[in-house]
Design a binder for this molecule. Structure first.
Ligand code: PLP
Length: 405
């Protein structure tokens, strides 16, 4: 049996899916209603308005009953044509998966980045994008694709810098951004940052179970979708955006997840807790507490560029010769705590601690305690107590706004 722990709560500290708050679980337990009935239209309009506020956009947001991977495909299929040249940037495993998908869809992908694992320890280097676009004098590149929060490493890239790089090169390419794990934990401004399509998912900062995903659009992206020739039917924005005007979808939407989404938007936007600015400040603070623990252990943080270190998760690099997955397994079995595995190029070299979605100081203290016990039991030599450092940080730096309940 996998059930090692018959009592207490499991600590789900992977960087998504994140724990679903009781308030959202209760909202989702309401009876499923007629998706063509009058009540549904009210719910539909409510979630569409709420999610626009979360993306910080005035433009349409398509909601799909699919995981984030589906919304990746939707972003590409709606805006591009077979053989189109797209410039993608390698920040880590998820950027790599998106690039593979684009290739499978019949796009000509160019994967920009730093050599080896160097690019997996930093965010997007916007100047490389600017240089590349300046050399594309015929404007053959149709889209620039970047990952806002690279979940495999814990790098949050500066999307505004990417926008400025495209503008500085006076290039017409569309800007497509994956903020699947960034949205609703890390600051994100779809309109202000001039993003054409933002892709996101339900199971991270939105605190919902997996199962719905999003494309936030720009007028330029909508215009591009009218002439884009990659095959699209289920993913096509036109019918969705049209029917959404009355709060309905052209297919059966995920009713109970939409109840959850309505509740999540209310929680995230609640002015009592500082609204979205409060959410971002809380995650920055939790991230700093977790990083203070890693520093006290004397271990390396996967992302070396401090300005890019993520408010969503922290990657903890193991000393040479230590298997990060063996430590994760021990921690899971002994302390009922799930940590994220290393992916792709950093498999076995590091584990990831999630501090996204529904958190508080003490859930993170529990997670750090589990890590510290697991590291010691595995014989990893620690420079000091990360738990003590994090306690000091949290106690000494009160939350800027009341913690979200
Ligand atoms: N992109 C990023 C940054 C992710 O973190 C994930 C999932 O963890 C995905 C894409 C893929 O999304 P999904 O697993 O929901 O299909």
């Amino acid at each position: 049996t996998l059930d090692f722990h018959p009592t207490g709560r499991h600590f789900l500290q992977i960087p998504g899916p994140s724990p679903v708050p009781d308030r959202i679980l209760r909202a989702m337990s309401l009876p499923t209603i007629d998706h063509r009935g009058p009540e549904f239209g009210v719910l539909g309009k409510r979630v569409l308005k709420g999610i626009q506020q979360i993306f910080q956009t005035r433009h349409p947001v398509a909601i799909y009953p699919a995981s984030g991977t589906g919304a990746w495909e939707a972003a590409l299929a709606n805006t591009l044509s077979p053989g189109d040249h797209v410039l993608m940037y390698e920040t880590g495993h998820f950027a790599t998966l998106w690039q593979k998908m684009a290739t499978r869809l019949g796009l000509k992908t160019e994967f920009l980045g730093l050599p080896g694992v160097e690019g997996w320890r930093r965010g997007v280097q916007a100047h490389l994008i600017e240089e590349r676009l300046k050399n594309d004098r015929e404007h053959s590149i149709k889209a620039v694709c970047v990952v806002h929060n690279e979940t495999s490493t814990g790098a949050t890239s500066n999307i505004l810098a990417v926008r400025r790089a495209i503008d500085a090169a006076k290039h017409p390419a569309l800007l497509l951004v994956d903020s699947i794990s960034g949205l609703a934990s890390a600051e994100y401004k779809h309109d202000e940052w001039g993003v054409d399509v933002t892709v996101s998912g339900s199971q991270k900062g939105l605190m919902l179970p997996p199962g719905i995903s999003f494309n936030a659009l720009s007028p330029k992206a909508l215009e591009a979708s009218k002439t884009a020739k990659l095959p699209k039917a289920f993913w096509a924005w036109d019918e969705i955006v049209e029917m959404n005007k009355t709060g309905y979808w052209p297919y059966t939407p995920n009713t109970n997840l939409l109840y959850g989404l309505a509740e999540a938007c209310d929680m995230l936007l609640d002015p009592t807790f500082g609204g979205l600015e409060g959410v971002f400040a809380r995650h920055q603070r939790w991230a700093e507490g977790v990083r203070s623990a890693v520093r006290a252990w004397g271990l390396e943080i996967q992302v070396t560029e401090t300005a890019t270190q993520s408010p969503v998760l922290t990657g903890v690099v193991m000393p040479e010769g230590v298997d990060a997955d063996a430590i994760r397994k021990l921690i899971y079995e002994r302390f009922d705590l799930s940590l994220g595995t290393g992916l792709g190029k950093v498999k076995g070299r590091m584990f990831r601690i999630g501090h996204l979605g529904d958190c508080n100081d003490l859930t993170l203290m529990a997670a750090l305690s589990g890590c510290e016990m697991g590291l010691k039991l595995s014989g990893v030599k620690l420079a000091g107590s990360g738990v003590a450092a994090a306690m000091e940080y949290f106690a000494g730096h009160p939350a800027p706004v009341a913690l979200q309940k």
